[in-house]
Design a protein around this ligand. Structure first.
Ligand code: NAD
Ligand code: MG
Length: 386
């Protein structure tokens, strides 16, 4: 029985993880549930799953959660600090990082230091500080098990290949709702259009990132750290059907791919169950319904975020941390209709260029770079508001 801490249990990944756990009651139990603002759903989940601990990030909602769970054995905590403590509990066997954004970094560092395997959905952690996380995980002997579908695909292709060098990883991208759009068209797109992803139903931030190809950029950086590949060994291909989840090319030219319907429950289940494959009842891929799978070149001229991510990875140091912070501010401003769609990549580039470069950042440097880049980004938004 693996006892799981789910950070971000009320989100898209968190709720799907609970569905996976519900299908495998003899394999998994829920030890910790956490959410930032959604007190109602957190309470419902806690009453259903009876974890030992829950954390509500927003301190203003603590009293509500505490009152609703009084009379149960469940311990209620609040605040960001509590996240860093619950992941270290002896009773936690694996931590699923299903929270969004930079907020994942510090709890993940604490969990690794406490020797907990990480099922990593929170790609921002590796984008911000992959150079710190991966050596720390190796030192602690802790596996980082990817949940992101592309990285899960590559990870699944690499099972049994540990002695064989990788020549290239090929990340597939759906292209999002604006595939084929010109920059003139992108200048006009609205928040509502950007929130409609053709193949996946996900949280708001990653949905906007998918529309702007920032998500693929973040995934390029995530792949570089997870699989120890250079920027030149990572390729992105647009594959609108989202059936081939990604590919690995070995030094003999052979390519392995992992396929399946677009359903995050499979990569979640593979990470939680690793090294075992468990049964799953979800629908199967049927080639009759997909007579053609197509592939096309990604358009980095139009979707500049993807190019910026490669650049940040090439430059190293704290560049990807600066980019990530800028992007979190940019997405929030776009969602509040303060800036347009194309302004997001302008803002990202501005913060990469204006932020102070640190070649070999410590954890404190990452924390500081994140803060400074957010400040720069917020000033930019204030000046360039629509
Ligand atoms: P979501 O917005 O649906 O859920 C986010 C969760 O994190 C919620 O439970 C929320 O309460 C919590 N949260 C938000 N801000 C927080 C903060 N500051 N501190 C602590 N908790 C906070 O997001 P999601 O779509 O489930 O994505 C979660 C992570 O998984 C992201 O890093 C995303 O890139 C990654 N991911 C998601 C998908 C997907 O299909 N949704 C696929 C691949 C990777
Ligand atoms: Mg992905």
């Amino acid at each position: 029985m693996k006892r799981i801490a789910i950070l971000g249990s009320t989100g898209s990944i968190g709720t799907q993880a609970l569905e996976v756990i519900a299908e495998h009651p003899s394999e998994f139990s829920v030890e910790v549930l956490t959410a930032q603002n959604q007190a109602d759903l957190l309470i419902t989940q806690a009453l259903a799953w009876k974890p030992a601990h829950v954390v509500i990030g927003n301190a203003a909602k603590y009293a509500e959660v505490k009152a609703a769970l009084s009379g149960t054995e469940i311990q209620v905590h609040s605040g960001a600090q509590a996240l860093e403590e619950v992941v270290t509990l002896d009773s936690v066997d694996i931590v699923l990082t299903a929270l969004v954004g930079y907020a994942g970094l510090l709890p993940t560092v604490k969990a690794i230091k406490a020797g907990k395997p990480i099922a990593l959905a929170n790609k921002e952690t590796l984008v911000v500080a992959g150079a710190l996380i991966m050596p720390l995980a190796r030192e602690m002997g802790v596996p980082i098990l990817p949940v992101d579908s592309e990285h899960s695909a590559i990870f699944q292709c690499l099972v049994g290949e540990s002695h064989n060098p990788i020549e290239k990883v090929i990340l597939t991208a759906s292209g999002g709702p604006f595939r084929g759009f010109s920059r003139e068209q992108l200048a006009q797109v609205t928040r509502a259009q950007a929130l409609k992803h053709p193949n996946w139903s996900m949280g708001a931030k990653i949905t906007i990132d998918s529309a702007s190809l920032m998500n693929k950029g973040l995934e390029v950086i995530e792949a570089a750290w997870l699989f120890d590949v250079k920027p030149s060994e990572i390729e992105v291909v647009v594959h609108p059907q989202s059936i081939v989840h990604s590919l690995v090319q070995f030094t003999d030219g052979s390519i392995k791919a992992q396929l399946g319907l677009p359903d995050m429950k499979l990569p979640i289940q593979f990470a939680l169950g690793y090294p075992n494959r468990m049964n799953a009842s979800f629908p199967r891929f049927d080639f009759r319904q997909y007579p053609s799978l197509t592939f096309e070149q990604a358009d980095t001229q139009t979707f500049r975020n993807l190019g910026l991510a490669f650049q940040a990875l090439d430059n190293g140091g704290n560049q990807a941390c600066l980019l990530n912070a800028a992007n979190e501010v940019a997405v929030a401003a776009f969602l509040e209709d303060q800036i347009g769609f194309l302004a997001m990549s302008d803002l990202n580039e501005y913060c990469m260029n204006q932020g102070t470069f640190v070649a070999n950042p410590t954890l404190e440097d990452y924390i500081e770079s994140d803060k400074l880049s957010r400040e720069l980004a917020q000033e930019w938004v204030n000046k360039n508001r629509k």
